[in-house]
Design a binder for this molecule. Structure first.
Ligand SMILES: *Cc1c(COP(=O)(O)O)cnc(C)c1O
Length: 427
């Protein structure tokens, strides 16, 4: 029995037997806008943000939404209006922040491979901080800043070497990852940064991984970071802010990450106990702000029963929902019509898309009682779905709707064929 409200997704629920996002019935949205269709709950995004804001009440803290999780302008605008800054990883993301009305002074720029052009654009926009990931990047940033007669504000991303206990592709704070500066090299790297005239050291940064569901890796990383701050300051280099990155997980399949406010109560207690409670804090949450605020509606095209495996072929695919193909990720899949839910003992199907790849699957061995023409919702699709989507197989990228109560705002139109062909030329 599918409960009428879905775990971890209070604004996505069944009413009158039909799945709704807030007060909008999804079947009507799918009929009006077509499928596949992403639908997000504004209240759910703001609730997720509020958990962090409660956690930081009375503190000097800045929440920088890690926008690679979902970088659609309407989503950025919502977070900008709610006071967020942004964690960006490219010049394109900076342009999106500016187009959405975000404050460049609240932007931090992460990533191992910033180009000189991206550094220039970010300096000219007046971003708050560059999170520098290598000694070579320090030197280049120094040169670029001097050429503009500017000083670049920098943090160094350190690699605290803690195991976040998550999927290897989304674990980033262990030795052997491409990210950050090794723990042992940190002090020397800070001394180098402080000696360069085009740089101004403002903080320290880490980000240990994604979809983290335990507190221990965070508490361990915090201890290691504070040890480093003490050592760097003892060498005469003040650290104005401490950035703990993002990575807090969400409930995809019975996962039980700590709530953001409860996690931060423990982290702040540790900061206080170690005498760093007054320090400015920054965080870079992505998935935990948007992941469970979104679903993707898809229509069943064909049922294809087989001797070994049966398939439910739907009109969404790996180009829309890349996480299963990329990380064997699990998304819950439910019918829009509550009466079409599978009863115990129902036959199981692999839910697959039309793309010509065996990796194009959305769910394995799912009990289903739907037929062609019925609609399904792929849950927990607000993060790392649309922002990772592509036009593979010349499929149009899906439309996106942001729901606010009874109102449904189209925040991105489905690609037209002209969108797909723009920029291409015949010989
Ligand atoms: C991806 C990323 C984040 C956000 O991670 P989530 O798991 O989505 O919270 C934060 N900081 C950096 C540097 C990242 O690369």
């Amino acid at each position: 029995m599918i409960p009428t409200s879905l775990p971890g997704q209070p604004h996505i629920h069944y009413a009158n037997g039909q799945l709704h996002v807030e007060a909008c019935p999804l079947d009507a949205l799918a009929s009006a806008h077509g499928t596949p269709l992403f639908v997000y709950s504004k209240a759910s995004m703001l609730d997720a943000l509020a958990a962090y804001q409660r956690g930081f009440a009375g503190r000097n803290a800045q929440i920088c939404y890690a926008m690679k999780a979902n970088s659609t302008l309407g989503v950025l605008q919502l977070f900008a209006q709610a006071g967020c800054g942004f964690d960006i990883v490219s010049g394109g993301e900076l342009a999106r922040v500016l187009a959405a009305g975000g404050d460049p002074a609240k932007v931090i720029f992460s990533g191992v491979g910033k180009t000189r052009q991206e550094m220039r654009e970010a300096l000219q926009a007046g971003i708050g901080c560059f999170n520098v990931e290598s000694e070579a990047e320090l030197d280049v940033l120094n040169t670029v800043a001097l050429s503009l007669q500017m000083r670049a504000p920098v943090s160094i991303r350190v690699n605290p070497n803690v195991d976040p206990k998550t999927h290897p592709y989304i674990s980033t704070g262990l030795k052997g990852n491409k990210f950050g500066i090794a723990h042992e090299r940190t002090l020397a790297t800070y001394q180098r940064a402080a000696s360069l005239p085009g740089l101004h050291v403002v903080g320290i940064d880490c980000h240990i991984g994604s979809q983290i569901t335990e507190e221990t890796p965070y508490l361990d990383a915090m201890d290691r970071m504070l040890d480093l701050v003490a050592a760097i300051e003892a060498a005469g280099i003040p650290i104005h802010h401490i950035d703990f990155g993002g990575g807090l997980g969400i409930n995809y399949q019975g996962d039980t990450p700590p709530p953001a406010d409860a996690l931060w109560a423990k982290l702040l207690a540790k900061l206080d106990a170690r005498g760093f409670g007054q320090r400015k804090l920054m965080i870079e949450p992505g998935r935990s702000l948007v992941g469970n605020a979104g679903i993707c509606i898809t229509e069943v095209l064909f049922m294809k029963p087989g001797e070994q495996k049966s398939f439910c072929i739907v009109d969404a695919a790996m180009n829309d929902l890349p996480r299963p193909a990329l990380y064997q990720a699990f998304h819950q899949i439910v019918p829009l019509d509550l009466h079409k839910q599978a009863q115990p003992g129902a036959p199981v199907y692999d839910v697959v898309g039309p793309v010509c790849e065996s990796g194009d699957w959305l769910g394995h061995d799912r009990p289903l009682a739907v037929q062609a023409g019925d609609r399904l919702a792929v849950l927990s699709a607000g993060a790392y779905c649309m922002s990772m989507s592509s036009n593979y197989n010349s499929r149009p990228r899906a439309a996106e709707i942001l729901v606010d109560g009874e109102q449904a705002h189209l925040i991105r139109a489905r690609d037209s064929m002209a969108d797909q062909l723009r920029g291409e030329r015949l010989l």
